[in-house]
Design a protein around this ligand. Structure first.
Ligand SMILES: C[S@@+](CC[C@H](N)C(=O)[O-])C[C@H]1O[C@@H](n2cnc3c(N)ncnc32)[C@H](O)[C@@H]1O
Length: 243
């Protein structure tokens, strides 16, 4: 949403944005001319969708008007949950899903920090061009980590501050347009680390940051932990039936 709390994407800008994001060549041209960065990596990284095996779950948040649906085939056997806070974007995404014959896409109107999906339930989390829109991007990444299975994959992109050109500094300002809390590259890296992500790829093009990461698979260190070993001994010696 915008700084005013209104549906920013119900505007003519939202209509234009939704249309050109669906057209990679046009979108890349606009991004280069306006922002001085190439969005090629964004379209390429959507291939992660096709890599999720049947029966798996993908969460796309924020889904916007559904540009990532292009990577999904109509006969897919994955569960695809598309989440966005904007009712107008959800309506456009719904139309796009129908147009592509994607009858199983689940569209959910929700905040990125409160995704109605179970913990450890998703194999892939798409976070395209959302972090810079959010008031609390660190909380949104923590939510992505909650939703992902251990070892699950995060693929995303966002605008970052700390740009060389005057034009970029003028255009990319927290609180203007759809920008929320725009971080620097180091801040995004710190938020990823704080959310327990292991970064496997990070790439920059002008003010655009593209990232790939996986949720750390935390094993409970049962063997070799003296305290837990003591607990196991206690449980074994315990006269009560703990089963
Ligand atoms: C720049 S668009 C990107 C959409 C899409 N991922 C894409 O690649 O085109 C940002 C989206 O974030 C959504 N958004 C903004 N704040 C949000 C929040 N707190 N929770 C969920 N979605 C939010 C907007 O409604 C908008 O659809």
């Amino acid at each position: 949403m915008g700084a005013t709390g209104k549906d920013f994407y119900a505007s003519p800008f939202g209509v234009a944005f939704s249309a050109y994001m669906e057209r990679p060549r046009l979108s890349r041209l606009i991004s280069r001319v306006v922002f001085g960065g190439d969005t090629k990596r964004y379209y390429e990284s959507m291939s992660a969708v096709a890599e999720v095996a049947g029966g798996g779950t993908i969460v796309d948040c924020p889904c916007g008007a559904g540009p990532a649906f292009r990577a999904l085939s109509a006969d897919t056997e994955v569960r695809y949950v598309a989440v966005d806070l904007s009712p107008s974007m959800i309506a456009r995404a719904q139309k796009r899903a129908w147009k592509r014959g994607l009858t199983t896409v689940e569209l959910v109107e929700a905040d990125a920090t409160e995704i109605p999906a179970g913990s450890d339930s998703a194999d892939l989390f798409l976070s395209f061009w959302g972090l810079h829109c959010f008031d609390d991007p660190a909380a949104a990444l923590a939510e992505a980590a909650r939703v992902l299975k251990p070892g699950g994959r995060l693929v995303g992109s966002c605008f970052v501050r700390g740009n060389d050109s005057f034009r970029q500094r003028r255009l990319i300002r927290s609180g203007s347009g759809d920008f929320g809390r725009v971080g620097t590259q180091s801040e995004v890296e710190a938020w990823l680390a704080a959310a327990d992500f292991e970064v496997s790829g990070i790439e920059r093009s002008g003010p655009f940051l593209f990232f790939q990461a996986s949720k750390k698979d935390r094993m409970i260190p049962l063997a070799g932990d003296p305290e837990l070993a003591g607990l196991a001994e206690y449980a074994a010696a315990c006269p009560h039936d703990l089963a």
